[in-house]
Design a protein around this ligand. Structure first.
Ligand code: PLP
Length: 387
């Protein structure tokens, strides 16, 4: 034994964890500012959620959370939206946000040296989850200036490389790229050996969900992720769902703790799922604001990309980092995409209400020296359909 070696200051973690670049997002000091940096709901949840939370008696805090009826409530909510094949409650997994669902799915399915196939650029938490497991990652770039979904390349990687997992963000964060649900079902049928996970956090804004068409008996290798963070306004309470074949949902749920979702999130989720009208009205307002902002950007001749989701990309003349810093000084948060493949130089701007986007645009225009805004009624051209 070499007694001269310095003692280790701490017990090292697994090599995958020692080498991990953890997902890091600048999450501090955001209160009181106009937050257009995390694609959150910018006005808060339904008043019914607030009422339900206020009605929780204090002695309930002392009891472990109970989840009875929540899967049924989600199924009822999804059924109203229309499903070709009815869902059973056992086909719904409950998670502490979709982040936890992604982590659990990769934990349950990805062994060391297995392949995770995904697209690039996409949501930043997929890769760290795969790296924790020691998985290999292949991220196929979006195509061209309009960031088209790389369908041919994904098809060919599915058949030639036989990945363990395919993670698709649809619409994609941050490019907004959309893939038609029919194409997703085709991919699932093409690669029964691969678990195809579709992160649908932003589907509500363009209606791209695969759920209305899904038949999890025919394609048990399909798993759909939904959250109450972005549309229902519960990002701070954490509630996410994984929907798929009951056996897959069961496997993914095995790697979570028994009480990972807290009682407040459960109460809020029941109330939010029963007030779909509130979510629908918020989505409609975001779409109106997005169309208005798109028209300003076109009139100003600024490079931008606006497709699915409650966000869009803008390439400021000043540069992304400098513009993000200037906006922050003026009380507005946006996300710089500096260093991201294909979209280096862009800002991702979350879309809130029309008045919030008017505030954003006035401030942005003053920094870039642009002319004043167009009239409110001038909207963006109708959006194209997904690939
Ligand atoms: C594509 C995507 N998936 C998942 C998440 C995390 O969702 P949740 O807040 O439900 O954990 C986000 C949050 O930004 C996201 O953009």
């Amino acid at each position: 034994m070499d007694r001269s070696a310095a003692p280790q200051a701490y017990p090292p973690a697994r090599p995958e964890v020692e080498n991990l670049q953890a997902y890091s997002a600048p999450l501090e000091g955001r209160r009181g500012l106009l937050r257009l940096d995390f694609n959150e709901n910018t006005v808060g949840p339904s008043p019914r959620v607030v009422e339900a939370l206020r009605a929780i008696p204090a002695h309930h805090y002392a009891i472990y959370p109970e989840y009875d009826g929540l899967r049924e409530a989600l199924v009822a909510n999804l059924t109203v939206a229309g499903l070709a094949v009815p869902l059973e409650p056992a086909q719904v997994g409950l998670f502490n946000g979709v982040d936890a669902a992604i982590h659990a799915t990769v934990h349950a399915y990805g062994a060391a040296a297995d392949l995770l196939l995904t697209t690039s650029p996409s949501f930043g938490y997929y890769s760290p989850c795969a790296q924790m497991q020691g998985m290999a990652i292949e991220a196929i770039p979006y195509v061209g200036d309009s960031f088209r979904f790389p369908l041919e390349a994904i098809r060919s990687a599915l058949t030639s490389r036989r990945p363990r997992l395919l993670l698709l963000c649809n619409p994609n964060n941050p490019t907004g790229s959309r893939l038609a649900p029919e194409r997703i079902l085709e991919l699932a049928a093409l690669a029964p050996q691969t678990l195809i996970v579709v992160d649908e956090l932003y589907e509500a804004f363009t209606g791209d969900s695969v759920l209305p068409l899904a038949d999890f008996k025919a394609t048990p290798n399909l798993l759909v992720l939904r959250s109450l963070a972005k549309t229902a306004g519960l990002a701070g309470l954490r509630m996410g769902f994984a929907i798929g074949a009951a056996a897959v949902v069961d496997r993914v749920s095995r790697v979570t703790g028994p009480y990972d979702i807290n009682s407040f999130a459960v109460t809020a989720a029941f109330a939010a799922l029963q007030d779909q009208a509130y979510v629908d009205a918020y989505v409609a307002e975001v779409l109106r604001a997005k169309a208005w902002l798109g028209a300003q950007l076109r009139a100003a001749g600024l490079r931008h990309h606006s497709e699915g989701g409650n966000y869009l990309l803008i390439w400021p003349r000043l540069g992304a980092e400098a513009m993000a810093a200037s906006l922050r000084q003026r009380g507005i948060l946006v996300r710089s995409m500096a260093g991201k493949p294909l979209i280096d130089g862009a800002l991702r701007v979350s879309v809130g209400t029309l008045s919030q986007m008017q505030q954003f645009w006035n401030t942005y225009g003053a920094i870039e020296g642009l002319a004043g805004p167009l009239e409110e009624t001038e909207g963006e051209k109708p959006q194209q359909g997904p690939l």
